[in-house]
Design a protein around this ligand. Sequence first.
Ligand SMILES: [Mg+2]
Length: 206
Amino acid sequence: MSIKTLFLDLDYTIFETRTIGYHHFADLFNVLDSVNDRFSPEKLELVKDELWKYTFHEVAERYGFSNQMIHAYFSRMREMNFSFDISPYPDYRELQNISLPKYLITSGSEPIQQAKIRALGIESDFIQICYDDRMQGSPGKAGIFTQLIHQDDLDPEGILVIGDNPESEIKAAKNLGLHYVLIDRKGSVDFKPKIQSFAELASFTY
Ligand SMILES: [Mg+2]
């Protein structure tokens, strides 16, 4: 495999998202209480927990948020200044040591994803950072991969997509016929090919 370019995911690939701490989002999620016209209070708590696990777009679509709820959420988000105290996984250094051009493609609300990247201090490791923010009309990860290939005239045969989600970046890579590897830090997913740490990447990028 002659890999020339790396496409990377952010959440649970470069850092453990849960280490941000739920309290940073409590104000944002709680804005839904006052405009909730869809769910019982018990159900709303469950939905908020889902917002902690999945992107807003996925949750809003799955549960059918009203326009009022969507609007209130984004108004509040725009007022907030997110400042997180987070670090990349210890093996991130192994990724930095691979001297191939890297692109970061991350799904979720852009202001929040931006705050994560700022807090991690990893901007300079990437040629370009792309926000797959479906609420801003993103074409999805496969669409962004295709745009990058055209924009920088990349050889699709030389791209390796690395991420933790078989249904997101890995699926996009499969659909486009790109090389991919799942990063499964807990070693709990039945999938091939996979690695448990960036230290194992060298065998894919020789
Ligand atoms: Mg991820």
